[in-house]
Design a protein around this ligand. Structure first.
Ligand code: MLT
Length: 247
């Protein structure tokens, strides 16, 4: 089976080194929300780590989304939930979060190609990783620290890839193998606890569903310190037929 030449895992964005391909994961919740937004019909997601930059990006056809301290940001249209109750007809989502969008900005600065991974598009993002390349899975972490749910997702990605593994990749793969399914790492994690304590527990199962989307988002540098994320695999039927059944 042809696959990447080498696989590494960065457990925080700060520890990520340059690589050909980066797969960014923020299971709770930013990369799950990005996949869900594209499933819900948004044309792309404009990612920034700064609230003021997000406000500057507001405009017709755009909705502001994001969180600080897990909670929606004042004046934004929505928080960072991956549950989209409404279909969008090709608008743009501006997304500003604490960990996931800064990780995407870090990734576009240190990798030639950046893919957005989550459990929701697990099989699809692995299938989209180019062969014979150096691949790093970048975990967004939580407030600059190791995040169990991201390390678990990174290990699930590593387990599906051939190629020479770094020690961190081996550790992530072993960690993922210690759980029968995502429920344990997502509910035990600091991020899962924060969602429960802020009344957003429904987002945990929404982020725990595996390979329910065939969408593979790709992030590219955008003007003024943003990352522009759009669907890489545009010509494949989603794993499910309607966004509604997705949410
Ligand atoms: C983030 O990007 O910081 C996380 O997704 C946090 C959250 O969604 O609450």
């Amino acid at each position: 089976m042809r696959g990447p030449a080498s696989v590494d895992v960065a457990f925080t964005p700060e520890s990520a080194r340059s690589s050909h391909v980066a797969v960014v994961v923020d299971v709770l919740r930013a990369t799950s929300t990005i996949v869900a937004a594209l499933e819900a019909g948004y044309r792309n997601v404009l990612c920034t780590g700064k609230v003021q930059r997000a406000r500057e990006l507001a405009g017709p056809g755009r909705r502001l989304a994001g969180e600080r301290g897990c909670l929606p940001i004042e004046g934004f249209d929505r928080g960072n939930s991956p549950v989209f109750d409404d279909q969008n007809d090709g608008g743009e989502l501006v997304l500003c979060t604490t960990n996931g969008t800064p990780a995407l900005l870090r990734a576009v600065a240190c990798a030639d190609q950046v893919l957005v991974g989550s459990l929701l598009n697990l099989n699809a993002v692995v299938a989209a990783i180019p062969a014979d390349q150096e691949v790093t899975v970048i975990c967004s972490g939580t407030d600059g620290r190791f995040a169990l749910e991201d390390a678990y997702a990174a290990g699930r990605i590593v387990a599906l890839l051939p190629g020479r593994r770094s020690d961190a990749a081996r550790a992530a793969e072993r960690l993922a193998g210690a759980y029968p399914d995502p429920w344990g790492p997502l509910t035990e994690s600091t991020g899962g606890g924060a969602l429960r304590s802020t009344g957003q527990a429904r987002d945990i199962p929404a982020c725990a569903r595996e390979s329910v989307s065939a969408i593979v988002p790709r992030a590219e540098p955008g003007p003024g310190d943003i990352a522009v994320v759009s669907a890489l695999v545009a010509n494949r039927e989603p794993a499910i037929q309607t966004a509604r059944s997705f949410t």
